[in-house]
Design a protein around this ligand. Structure first.
Ligand code: PGA
Ligand code: ZN
Length: 433
């Protein structure tokens, strides 16, 4: 007999940007509890579930009193008595309470915290960790880790958002983090040699004291090489271009460089980077309203790089299926708060798998100690997991959870990468320093 949901409580807690967010705690009739905290994005797709914020002057208008109240007053009464292990039924209730496409009534922050809290409680009710409740992993998701932060996470100090590394030669998650940490330290040292260090961006990556995007890519490549690791062989690069932040009607304006490109010019810049540096993945290379650009990027880069849709797909199964039909993207970024429920997120994940795509389960720039993302990535068997840099507690909470899970699994191999790093590094790499 399944345990049933006896209580759903919510409260205001705080995220890594010092902003209020929603925590939900679910308790069953057998007094088993689980909880989850809603994350929050800064560079959001316009079609994703939105957080309900109170507006007004207090806390910059970002308070979540209404979202917390929605859990307490509207969601809780509708869930009490449901089987805690019937995630689909729970999420269907959330869908019916707020059928708006962006969850603007209840708030995506209210629904995602509730949905995840139910998932964790269901796992605890049968005495297993959430990852094991979700599946039987045969590999570990490969970490994709930010080393330099930019874009909306660093006041647009450099236009593109994430300069990340993807370990290639490491056999396990534990080994991968040794490589990542070496690179993080090495790039920090390069920044120090160039002048005063300006701190870290929202996800803990080095603040980009650079004159151009390409300089940041060069620095990252050099930072890998000076550790003794071979760029493109031991460690490769992944960029979240987050182009929606600087695209307008098919034109791409790079403020740092003071240049505007038309679509073709811009995509040829990205293509040149992919061919000149050991880049294995580019996320949102074109803006969310530039499907032609996304198709074009996939056509020109898809044979040697993961072309990842984030703002473009917003963790929506229909969008994933349509993009696959159109030839846009070959990889889906999966963020549970873009969909607003676990069931909606899994549907997008499954649609990506069905299309033969790779999958990246991702955290947001606004995070907390919540480690749901590590459990989803392992339990669902994602290819890659993305949670920001290797610094700051809200990031290390997830990475360290991944290490613990892997230890319990006896050290599984990392999931294979769908693109050959050799293809993207065929032309060799310059190390400027
Ligand atoms: P966000 O960005 O969480 O600030 O929206 C993360 C990403 O674009 O992947
Ligand atoms: Zn992104």
């Amino acid at each position: 007999m399944s345990q049933t949901i006896a209580e759903v409580r919510s409260r205001r807690v705080w995220d890594s940007r010092g902003r209020p967010t929603v925590e939900v705690e679910v308790t069953t009739d057998a007094l088993i509890s689980g909880r989850a905290i809603a994350p929050a994005g800064a560079s959001r797709g316009s079609a994703e579930a939105t957080d309900l914020r109170d507006g007004g002057t207090s806390l910059g208008g970002l308070d979540v009193i209404r979202a917390v109240a929605n859990v307490q007053e509207r969601i809780a009464p509708a869930l009490i008595g449901l089987a805690v292990d019937d995630q689909a039924a729970v999420d269907a209730v959330l869908d019916s309470l707020d059928p708006t496409p962006t969850r603007s009534d209840l708030g995506g922050n209210a629904t995602v915290a509730t949905s995840l809290a139910v998932l964790h409680t269901a796992a605890r009710a049968v005495g297993v960790p959430t990852w094991r409740y979700l599946g039987t992993p045969i590999s570990m998701p490969r970490p994709e880790v930010q080393v330099i932060g930019g874009g909306a996470h660093a006041a647009m100090r450099v236009d593109i958002q994430d300069f990340m590394v993807v370990p290639l030669s490491a056999a396990t998650v534990a080994d991968a983090f040794v490589q990542v940490a070496e690179v993080y330290l090495s790039v920090g040292e390069l920044f120090r040699q160039r002048g005063p260090v300006l701190g870290v961006a929202d996800e803990g990556g080095h603040w980009p004291a650079v004159a151009s995007t390409e300089e940041a890519i060069e620095l990252l490549t050099a930072g890998i090489a000076r550790t003794g690791l071979v760029p493109g062989v031991d460690v490769s690069i992944s960029l979240d271009i987050a182009a929606s932040e600087f695209e307008n009607e098919g034109r791409y304006r790079l403020a740092t460089e003071g240049r505007t490109y038309d679509r073709d010019e811009w995509l040829s810049v990205v293509e040149r980077w992919v061919d000149a540096y050991p880049i294995v993945a580019v996320e949102d290379p074109a803006g969310e309203f530039d499907p032609t650009g996304m198709v074009q990027a996939t056509k020109s880069l898809g044979d040697r790089a993961l072309v990842v849709g984030d703002d473009y797909l917003v963790t929506n199964a229909e969008r994933v299926t349509a993009a696959a039909r159109d030839g846009a993207c070959n990889t889906a970024l999966i963020k549970v708060n873009q969909a607003g429920t676990v069931t909606g997120t899994k549907a997008a994940f499954d649609a990506a798998r069905l299309a033969g795509w790779s999958t990246i389960v991702s955290a947001r720039s606004g995070e907390s100690e919540d480690v749901s993302v590590a459990h989803l990535a392992v339990g669902w068997g994602a290819d890659i997991v993305k949670v920001g840099s290797i610094t700051r507690g809200e990031r290390t909470a997830k990475w360290n959870e991944l290490i613990r899970i892997d230890e319990e699994l006896g050290g599984l191999p990392l999931a294979p990468l769908a693109v050959s790093a050799a293809a993207s590094s065929a032309q060799g790499h310059r190390a400027p320093c």
